[in-house]
Design a protein around this ligand. Structure first.
Ligand code: NAG
Length: 372
């Protein structure tokens, strides 16, 4: 058994420990991470992360993903990290770009399943105010991951592979260093392809933080940080995952209202569907036209429709009402049923100057207890 730890440093506006949800909830900036099998990373000699006044990070959060599926009481962790701070700033301020796919559903017993994600031309254009340069890249999946790559694409044409791991192993990730940094322009694309093997599993595996869940992420260290608005460039199906954090309306769907049955229009939709349809697998004749009408709703179309279905699946207790709605909506639609079953760092000089930390080393590997 392996203990997994993830270190994330971000600039959140929170001051107490809490579940972190893989860097979301507004923490989009990673400034260092460690995973099983890596031994710390020395940054490219021209880059460092800016801390302190002005544009520097003023708060950091450390995020740990511990794995203890058997809930053993004697698991102890004493890992930590050392930040090296200097006033002697390096030439460029760095950042970490995260790309990949947040929607993963892997059927059991399959030799090869490919999951793709993209930081699309539109998504990169939205995020970049100028070109950036990659210095390192690495792939991240969990134990079902077998091979992975990120491709750099410009105007629809592939320029290069960024992180081709023809054989991927969760326990020994490869950090790809670029001797010459790679220039990435606004409007360029990064396509991520993750290949999984599920022959050893008997149940469907979904995306999640746990070691037995799966992930499909790529991490790229870049400079200059000043040219990046938001380094979280990950899709949820075809959607830009980030827009849930700053857009109330997605493809015409006011998504928070759709989740809130106190909102009159949402309530009306639920009432109409549930008063005409059965959620017990019966297709009632009067239900057919009601479903047809309900599916005109912008929140019940395309990727948003799938998004809410996932919300209901992931937390069926909290979202019992939503789950009921989906059962009713699916009651006359066997085709749809088949489709869903697819083949703190403190600034030592505190007020006076802006600091950068240039090299970091995580002492976790040596002091972490791996319990076999
Ligand atoms: C749901 O909507 C009601 C009415 O607008 C509002 O008062 C409430 O805070 C909302 N609940 C959530 C969880 O957003």
């Amino acid at each position: 058994m392996v203990t997994i730890l993830f270190f994330w440093l971000a600039a959140p506006d929170i001051d107490v420990p809490r579940p972190c949800d893989m860097g979301l909830q507004g923490c989009f900036h990673i400034i260092g991470l460690w995973t099983v099998g890596t031994f710390g990373e020395c940054f490219h000699e021209q880059i460092g992360f800016l801390l302190g006044q002005g544009r520097g990070f003023k708060k950091v959060a450390m995020q740990f993903h511990w794995n203890n599926p058997q809930l053993k009481p004697d698991y102890v962790d004493s890992s930590g990290m050392v930040l090296h701070l200097t006033k002697n700033k390096r030439t460029h301020n760095a950042g970490v770009l995260q790309v990949g796919q947040n929607n993963i559903q892997l059927a059991p017993g399959v030799e090869k399943i490919t999951v793709e994600g993209s930081c699309t031309p539109d998504m990169s254009r939205l995020r970049l105010t100028g070109p950036i340069h990659f210095t390192t890249g690495f792939n991240h999946m969990h134990y079902l991951g077998r091979a992975m790559n990120m491709e750099h694409i410009r105007n629809g044409a592939k320029l290069r592979d960024l992180t081709m791991d023809e054989v991927y192993s969760y326990d020994s990730p490869v950090i790809h260093n670029y001797a010459e940094s790679i220039r990435f322009e606004p409007g360029d694309e990064i396509k991520t392809s993750c290949h999984f093997k599920t022959t050893e599993r008997s149940k469907t595996v979904f995306q999640g933080d746990g070691t037995n869940d799966e992930m499909c992420y790529g991490f790229l260290t870049y400079y200059p940080a000043e040219n990046m608005r938001n380094p979280y460039c990950i899709q949820w199906r075809g959607l830009d995952s980030s827009i849930f954090y700053y857009q109330e309306t997605i493809n015409g769907c006011v998504w928070q209202d759709f989740l809130n049955t106190s909102i009159p229009t949402t309530q009306a939709l639920h009432t109409r569907v549930l008063s005409h349809c059965s959620h017990l697998g019966l297709c009632l004749k009067e239900c057919v036209s009601v479903i047809k009408e309900a599916k005109q709703h912008p929140c019940l179309q395309g990727d948003m429709h799938e998004y809410f279905r996932t919300v209901a699946r992931e937390d069926g207790v909290k979202n019992a009402q939503l789950a009921l709605l989906f059962s009713a909506l699916d009651s006359c639609d066997t085709e749809m049923a088949l489709e869903s079953c697819p083949k703190p760092v403190t600034d030592p000089t505190s007020t006076s100057s802006t600091l950068q930390f240039s090299v970091f080393w995580i002492g976790a590997a040596s002091i972490l207890r791996f319990i076999m």
